[in-house]
Design a protein around this ligand. Structure first.
Ligand code: ATP
Ligand code: MG
Length: 776
């Protein structure tokens, strides 16, 4: 055990060691990408758990005679029991539950625990680790009563919050065109980041007519959330701060519990998160934050770099540690990153170096269009696999989610599996949202937004008018909609509709009873059956079938959750879903190419990185090129993207691009010009395109065959065998997937879809012209 730990410590450089061993008082580790910040943070926890904190219990210098004697014997070179020596030197292992580590994603938290477990066994698993939201929810479930919410509160995501904003606007007779709900929500969210209550917000903006309106919407929005016993994402942090500020005993409880506090990616915290950290660490000041001012990329979400820049002032005797050696990338990649970020003015300034060696040049590839760009990426990925890399060593990074589709298309054609992080999430699908809404109403019937979502889905004769009557009454008598519906008969306007309302109420109450007795997956079945939702989908043909399959997929996550968290229950599951981001779903066991935005890539590393869309107006984005501050934020994002690469970096652009349905021609990004030419190898496919157009012109155009879609059976020759040397039953070889047998061939317009059963990679469908198969 000790040896694993010692091996980890032995690898560290002297500056990293200083950071690990300095366990008393505030520490700021301010260092560039790949310099081992996250690694240090993990080793520091291991050190605390294993060796502990000297002088934790006793005052420095107060040794007993026996302790002194033991220390002396050890100093004289005598073999003494290591553990007794630790104790003699007042080293007390820190209990895992006294450590709190805050990470950028929940997945990063799990990795941290895994690495600690590998070093320390069970104890490693017992540290508290998670995102700000996760940690705050732990606190709120226990303490939120003090703020007048009940502990079964629900969490609204952006979509739910927007619905509430729309309700507020209509209630205040405000026009959605004049006051777009999205921008209202952003303003409210910024106010919450700065811990401004509606009252404080109104006070601050008294003289501004428009902001006063925002303040009024904010106040009503907050009132509605409270009535629904719901919190939005920002509330999760704000309310925790409020709970801790409101009661000294509560604060002191958590200060004692989370005695050693560590925060990764500190450059992207906002004011509310800063406040939370400073409250929790207020008593013992055992706070260690790590960050990189050059990687601050969430200003648009309220993050403030001030938190890192003013750390030394805030925390009096803070120890500041800088790391400059990079262990991740080649020197060439680092030189490129250093040169790029040097164009920013607002920075502390540092230069990264490495012993990893020069490595290969950075490739800058200019394609004709987005398809050419994507095919180049696919070719490189195939090459890398042929050289022994895994698919998952390759990551494609882009500025906006919409850019992924061109790359996806080419990957699909080449039969290469990939995973998109972000984008349309599983939990955003309509049927999943609906079913979860049912489960949420079962857990918390006051959840108005979800109640309204499913009250007439499937149709059960409770129309919009009835719903708005119920809502009116609810706000008049100060009860939840659900409670009003329970007594529908006693309100004149509802009398006519009391039958369907009663039926709905008793259905939900029955399901609430089921919840007490059933396993989660049984509860889901009961919901699908009793609400009629399952039947509704079953009647929707193929579309409905897919939706049912998605619900079945939800069921598998329920079963998995229950197995892993026997005590979690419905509330626990719903909470996990609320915090779920696709970033957490990045399962490394599966070998797939990874596609994600540069924002999501923070903290991660890959052998080969392809940054696509390096063009003016896209990256940097059109909006950002007008302001210096915004442009610098884009450049930091470029720095993040570039520093994800360990071995090879490809920067791609296209002379012409179709995005969001428009075709545009853009100059190569200025970020490309900011990288010294001697680090770059320029390629472009104009010449390639010309050559292939010439060869196409000399070949006769394939004629249209009416057989599209018809599969060709064994022994038959495919209808269009232009250039294809194999048939069904033949053994072929593929660059990436190796050896396989052709199962079927289906002629398509200009190509042939070949189905191949590979010896080791399963069965795949491949376009013949695209993914050159050779007959063996
Ligand atoms: P980022 O700013 O991107 O979050 P980071 O500063 O957190 O990066 P890490 O992810 O901790 O850096 O480390 C980068 C890589 O360097 C990892 O693969 C890590 O295992 C390795 N590494 C860190 N320190 C050392 C060391 N002393 N010796 C060898 N490898 C190291
Ligand atoms: Mg890191």
């Amino acid at each position: 055990r000790k040896t694993i730990i010692e091996r980890a410590f032995g690898r560290m450089n002297p500056m990293q060691k200083q950071a690990v061993f300095h366990v008393n008082g505030p520490v700021l580790i301010l260092a560039g990408a790949g310099s081992g910040k996250t690694t240090v943070l993990i080793n520091r926890i291991a050190y605390l758990l294993h060796y502990g904190n000297a002088y934790e219990e006793t005052t420095p210098g107060s040794f007993t005679d026996e302790e002194l004697a033991l220390v002396k014997r050890a100093a004289d070179g005598e073999q003494v029991d290591a553990l007794s020596l630790d104790y003699a030197m007042h080293l007390r292992p820190v209990a895992p539950w006294n450590v709190l580590a805050i990470t950028f994603t929940n997945k990063a938290a799990n990795e941290l625990k895994e690495r600690l477990r590998a070093m320390l066994g069970e104890d490693g698993d017992r540290v508290n680790a998670g995102t700000f939201h996760y940690i705050c929810l732990r606190i709120l479930r226990r303490e939120i009563g003090a703020l007048g919410y009940s502990s079964n509160f629900t969490i609204y995501d952006t979509d739910d919050s927007l619905r509430v904003i729309k309700d507020c606007l209509s209630e205040l007779s405000l026009d959605e065109k004049m006051f777009p709900p999205k921008s209202m929500l952003t303003k409210i969210s910024r106010a919450k980041d700065s811990l401004l209550t509606p009252e404080a917000f109104l006070r601050e903006n008294e003289s501004d007519f428009k902001l006063r309106i925002v303040g009024n919407v904010y106040a009503l929005y907050q009132k509605k959330l409270k009535e629904a016993n719901a919190l939005d994402f920002d509330d999760i942090i704000c309310m925790t701060v409020r709970v801790l500020e409101a009661d000294e005993d509560v604060l002191s409880h958590y200060q004692n519990l989370y005695r050693y506090l560590m925060v990764d990616e500190y450059q992207d915290t906002n004011h509310a998160q800063y406040r939370l950290v400073s409250l929790l660490s207020g008593k013992y000041q055992n706070l260690c934050v790590v960050g990189d001012d050059d990687q601050s990329i969430y200003k648009f979400r309220g993050a403030t770099i001030e938190n890192i820049l003013s750390f030394e002032e805030e925390f009096g005797d803070a120890k500041v540690i800088r790391l400059e050696q990079n262990y991740r990338s080649t020197q060439t990649i680092l030189d490129a990153a250093n040169a790029l970020i040097a164009h920013n003015n607002a920075r502390k300034g540092k230069n990264l170096w490495t012993e990893n060696g020069q490595g290969r040049p950075v490739i800058s590839y200019r394609a004709v269009d987005e398809t050419g760009e994507a095919s180049y990426v696919v070719r490189q990925i195939e090459d890398s696999v042929a050289k022994g890399l895994k698919l998952s060593d390759n990551a494609v990074l882009y500025r906006t989610n919409a850019q992924s589709s061109a790359v996806e298309r080419q990957l699909v054609r080449a039969g290469i599996s990939y995973r998109i992080v972000g984008g349309t999430k599983f939990y955003d699908r309509k049927e999943i949202r609906d079913v979860l809404a049912y489960l949420r109403v079962i857990a918390n019937p006051s959840d108005t937004v979800r109640l309204k979502r499913i009250i007439n889905e499937p149709k059960r004769g409770i129309g919009d008018t009835t719903v708005s009557h119920v809502e009116e009454i609810a706000s008049r008598v100060g009860e939840s909609m659900f409670d009003v519906m329970k007594q529908a008969g006693s309100y004149a306007v509802l009398a006519k509709k009391s039958a369907p309302l009663d039926a709905f109420v008793s259905m939900i109450e029955q399901l609430r009873d089921c919840k007490e007795e059933m396993q989660l997956e049984e509860l889901l079945d009961a919901v699908m059956e009793q609400t009629g939702y399952g039947d509704m989908l079953a009647l929707q043909g193929r579309e409905g079938q897919t939706r049912l399959e998605n619900v079945a997929e939800l069921k598998s996550s329920l079963i998995k959750y229950e197995a892993e968290n026997p005590e979690g229950g419905l509330e626990g599951f719903l909470e996990e879903v609320s915090l779920f981001t696709d970033l957490d779903n990045l399962n490394e066991d599966e070998d797939r190419v990874i596609l994600m935005t540069m924002h999501s890539a923070k903290g991660l590393e890959f052998k080969q990185v392809y940054v696509i869309g390096m063009e003016e107006n896209l990256f940097p984005s059109y909006q950002s090129s007008t302001s210096d501050a915004d442009l610098e934020e884009e450049r930091r994002l470029a720095y993040v993207a570039v520093t994800r690469a360990k071995e090879r970096l490809f920067l791609l652009s296209a002379s012409q691009r179709m995005l969001f349905g428009h075709t545009s021609r853009n100059q190569p990004s200025r970020f490309l010009r900011e990288i010294p030419e001697n680090l770059l190898e320029q390629h472009d496919d104009a010449a390639r395109a010309f050559a292939s157009a010439m060869s196409r012109a000399s070949k006769p155009k394939p004629t249209y065959t009416p057989e599209i879609g018809r599969s060709v059976g064994v022994g038959e020759k495919p209808a269009q065998s232009g250039g294809i040397s194999y048939g069904v039953g033949d053994v072929v070889s593929h660059k990436v997937f190796g050896r396989g047998t052709v199962v079927s061939m289906t002629p398509m317009a200009n190509d042939t879809l070949v189905e191949v059963r590979f010896d080791t990679k399963g069965t795949k469908k491949i376009m013949a012209n695209f993914a050159k198969l050779t007959k063996i």
